[in-house]
Design a protein. Structure first.
Length: 248
């Protein structure tokens, strides 16, 4: 009976509410973007959209380590990717003005795709090297006035909940621009909506853990490998350890 209730709730209540909220937030974004900076438009449209979608799905979010953030500092943010719900958690609760580097296929999603473009998020085509480089250069240009750029360095979401190897693009950008890398761990979202299924599990707790930023010290390949290794180790640790009490 419980599984049947959740199934009916997902399709009869959650999905219609999420669609309606997405359309309303999208219209708000498109109406405001000609008149306000992207950061303010995101606060009025994308952030409420993300928090409402989490509310509809009964997901509670705990945030750890926000004290590591310095006001006005730009970061190259790297996070693990477990579920589509990562988008809601990061947008709603990260508390940083950031531009996403995302797969170019997402540009085709109705409403969301065009709003992401208008807000300055960057679409990257990994099948086209020249286009990918151009997109990363575009992302570099967005790092101004304390804005950050966010990558999923695994390249795609995990299908088994395990942390995958990291690609180097985010860390090379941090080296080139001499900007700190901010490792972020997401946990709990895989259980809410596992990859390859539309079966929603309401009532779960998602955790967002911000680790101490990693200072970029050089430009050599050895230092790049160290940066990748340190970031992955920081992100991996809470996935196996128990989380501390949240500090908001």
């Amino acid at each position: 009976m419980v599984r049947l209730f959740f199934f009916l709730y997902s399709w009869l209540i959650f999905v219609p509410l999420m669609v309606a909220t997405t359309v309303l937030a999208g219209l708000t974004c498109l109406l405001l973007i000609p008149f306000l900076p992207a950061e303010k438009v995101a606060k009025l449209s994308a952030i409420p959209w993300a928090k409402l979608c989490l509310l509809y799905s009964g997901v509670r979010v705990e945030v750890h380590g926000r004290h590591h953030l310095l006001p006005g500092q730009s970061y190259v943010i790297v996070a693990n990717h477990l579920s589509q719900f990562d988008i809601f958690v990061l947008y709603g609760y990260l508390g940083v003005d950031f531009r996403w580097v995302m797969k170019h296929e997402l540009r085709k999603i109705p409403v969301i795709g065009i709003c992401c473009e208008k807000l300055g998020h960057v679409f990257i085509n990994r099948d086209n090297t020249e286009a990918a480089i151009a997109s990363l250069n575009e992302a570099r240009a967005r790092l101004a006035n304390g804005a950050s750029v966010l990558f999923f360095p695994e390249g795609t979401r995990s299908h088994d909940g395990q942390l995958k190897p990291f690609k180097k693009g985010a860390f090379k950008m941090a080296q080139d621009l001499h900007i700190p890398v901010l490792p972020v761990t997401l946990s709990g979202t895989f259980d809410i909506l596992p990859a390859g299924t539309l079966r929603l599990h309401p009532g779960a707790t998602a955790r967002l853990i911000l680790h101490p930023p990693l200072t970029v010290t050089g430009h050599s390949d050895t230092e790049l490998q160290t940066l990748v290794r340190q970031s992955r180790a920081a992100i991996a640790t809470p996935l196996s350890d128990s989380c501390p009490q949240p500090s908001l």
